[in-house]
Design a protein around this ligand. Structure first.
Ligand code: HEC
Length: 125
């Protein structure tokens, strides 16, 4: 519990440290229905090399099947921000995540839906 509180504080702190331009959250198209089965191949192409084909992480990036990444801690906006701006290392020691410019906000929304579905299956909600 204490650990979770502490890491939430770190998240907030790192967000406030970003320049204003980086804080604009990319938005998917209005009315888009995020679809896990569309997200799966996009995840596999753009994210799996680091976050793992089974979402359990690799030696390059952390697992998404982890309570750090449950929706209440890393909401969908965190996924949009990560793809657009990259992520400065703050929870782990894998180093920074580079931006992934190949994915559009709509595609990130599909990827996020896929990650959420897998998290629910793993009991992370
Ligand atoms: C080159 C490796 C790499 C790729 C490719 C990659 N990531 Fe990451 N990602 C990382 C690392 C490393 C971290 C952990 C940073 C930390 O918190 O220490 C991370 C963290 C994240 C986070 C947490 C952000 C936060 O606010 O703490 C999200 C969300 C994320 N990645 C989404 C994605 C998505 C979506 C994709 C595919 C479009 C992707 N990543 C592709 C390396 C990668």
């Amino acid at each position: 519990m204490t650990l979770m509180k502490f890491s939430s504080m770190l998240c907030a702190a790192s967000l406030f440290a970003l320049p204003a331009s980086a804080q604009q959250i990319p938005k998917p198209s209005p009315g888009l229905m995020p679809n896990p089965s569309m997200g799966k191949p996009l995840y596999e192409k753009n994210c799996a090399s680091c976050h793992g084909p089974d979402l359990k992480g690799t030696d390059k990036a952390p697992p998404f099947l982890h309570r750090f990444y449950e929706p209440s801690h890393h909401g969908d906006a965190a996924f949009q921000m990560a793809a657009r701006n990259g992520v400065r290392a703050h929870h782990w020691n894998f180093g920074d995540m580079p931006p992934v410019p190949a994915v559009s906000p709509d595609e990130v929304a599909h990827i996020t839906a896929y990650v959420r579905m897998q998290q629910r299956k793993a009991g992370i909600r």
